[in-house]
Design a protein around this ligand. Structure first.
Ligand SMILES: [Zn+2]
Length: 153
């Protein structure tokens, strides 16, 4: 391990997600692709981009949506586990997640830029795979990935 070089996220008007433990900035709210994921601790978000994370060992895991090659991601500053990164998906329909990050909602805090009117600029950046517009807060997990140990295939 060398010197700790943190990437800063300049204020853009977007919500910034920070590590709950050490306040390191990790991602912009505008980089959220889906909020319908789950991890074993509860809600999780799929991000297209994250900064200040270290990746762990590559691992093949069976998720509710099929087999994926992933690696865990950790906060570079305090080492807390934050979620995982998708390296590869077996199912074609799941490949949009490759190179993307799952962030456990329970380990981050959302810092809103002071009541600004959010950035609408990110609209249309990603293919629309979210059929549901409601149910954001009720843990609906239709398109979710959850680690499961009982692989039946
Ligand atoms: Zn941290």
């Amino acid at each position: 391990m060398g010197r700790l070089l943190l990437v800063s996220l300049p204020a853009t008007g977007a919500v910034i997600y920070r590590c709950k433990h050490c306040d390191t900035p990790l991602a912009y709210g505008t980089d959220i692709i889906s909020k319908m994921f789950r991890c074993k601790n509860g809600k999780a978000y799929l991000f297209g981009k994250m900064v200040n994370v270290n990746v762990g060992e590559k691992d093949d895991r069976m998720m509710t949506t099929g087999m994926h090659t992933v690696c865990d991601i950790f906060c570079v500053a305090c080492g807390s586990i934050l979620g995982w990164k998708y390296l590869a998906a077996v199912e074609k329909a799941q490949r949009y997640k490759e190179g993307k990050f799952i962030l456990d909602r329970g380990v981050v805090v959302a810092a809103s830029p002071g009541g600004g009117a959010g950035a609408g600029a990110a609209h249309g950046m990603w293919p629309d795979h979210q059929q549901q517009t409601s149910g954001d807060d009720d843990g609906d997990d239709q398109d979710s990935d959850e680690e499961s140990s009982d692989h039946q295939d």
